[in-house]
Design a protein around this ligand. Sequence first.
Ligand SMILES: [Zn+2]
Length: 87
Amino acid sequence: MAKNFHQAIRMCISCRNRQEQKLLVRLQCKEGLLEAFNNTGRSFYICNDCLSNEKKIIKALMRQCKSGEKERLVNRLKEIITDDRKS
Ligand SMILES: [Zn+2]
């Protein structure tokens, strides 16, 4: 059995690269609004490379949230990331 067997590998919804879960940011959408994952419901992951590239990420976010409000999604994403780094 591989040494790293227990490490969770998740896929970034934007670039579809697989990485360790701890290297990804976990998010969810509620009624079209982007939120940090609160341990309930459906969630998805975004890698740090994609987080630094709004244009790359926005299509994936719109698809996940079923929302066409680009500005709102991007602004909310920035808030979530900033909160995350403070704590
Ligand atoms: Zn990515």
